[in-house]
Design a protein around this ligand. Structure first.
Ligand code: 1GP
Length: 246
């Protein structure tokens, strides 16, 4: 449990963490290399890799390139069971607890379980919660689930508590890739105050200010994808802002 231990140790030290999300379908080899070099210089804590689709089947190659370039831990954030690679360090084993689609809650997990059992990947059982964000996101459409309404903090809280009681080790609240609205602070803090496992927040974060807002509300790890695809220099300012908290 190296990565999970590193997350909890940082939380115990009062530190906040920043993860860059790379969608292998949306990035060229050269841009991937440049992004990873900048991530290393910026002090990014984790690289998440995954996407809702898998058009070019390039997860393996992308991780190989990342691993040749940096020692930042690579964590799979799979949009589907095909996005599993032994080259990564860990896997967010996502159960979509905000939804009521049995395949996303347990079905896909049964399919992939024997493969994961044999792999060396560190498995991070994660309660994944989609939060409504002002538009239909890819993950909501693909997963065929309804996100938790933007202003229903109590539903989010109860869902996260249920996830923790079921034994999940992380909660990831996601407004979805390219969300119009980030998750509001009151929802983040309501959840954080009622769980004792690490909380990941992502979706629509485009600035250091928004990342800091999420951290101050209770996020332990903030995830940024789209905004970094648009401007990789943002990694520096977001990493500095997140790491200066606490
Ligand atoms: C999406 O939380 C991630 O699953 C990141 O979202 O691409 O909008 O930063 P963005």
């Amino acid at each position: 449990m190296k990565i999970y231990t590193s997350i909890t140790e940082k939380i115990n030290q009062g530190k906040k963490m920043f993860a860059t999300l790379i969608d292998p379908d949306k990035i060229t080899v050269q841009r991937l290399k440049d992004t990873v070099i900048k991530a290393e210089k910026a002090g990014v804590d984790y690289i998440f890799i995954g996407g809702s689709l898998l058009i070019d089947n390039c997860v393996e190659d992308s991780i190989r390139i990342i691993k040749e370039t940096t020692s930042i831990p690579v964590i799979l954030f799979p949009g589907n069971p095909l996005q599993v690679s032994e080259r990564a360090d860990a896997l967010l084993f996502l159960s979509l607890i905000s939804g009521r689609n049995p395949e996303m809650l347990i079905g896909n997990h049964v399919t992939i379980a024997p493969i994961l059992r044999k792999s060396k990947l560190e498995i991070l059982p994660t309660g994944y919660m989609l939060i409504e964000s002002g538009k239909l996101t890819s993950v909501s459409y693909i997963s065929n689930t309804t996100p938790i309404p933007y202003d229903k903090d109590d539903i989010a809280m109860c869902t996260a508590i249920a996830g923790e009681l079921l034994g999940l080790k992380l909660i990831y609240m996601d407004a979805g890739s390219g969300a119009n609205n980030t998750i509001r602070s009151s929802m983040i803090s309501r959840v954080k105050e009622n769980i004792s496992i690490p909380l990941i927040i992502g979706g629509g974060i485009k600035s250091p200010e928004k990342a800091v807002e999420a951290c101050k509300a209770g996020a332990d790890i903030v995830v940024v994808g789209n905004a970094i695809e648009d401007d990789m220099n943002l990694m520096n300012s977001i990493a500095d802002a997140v790491h200066s908290i606490g």
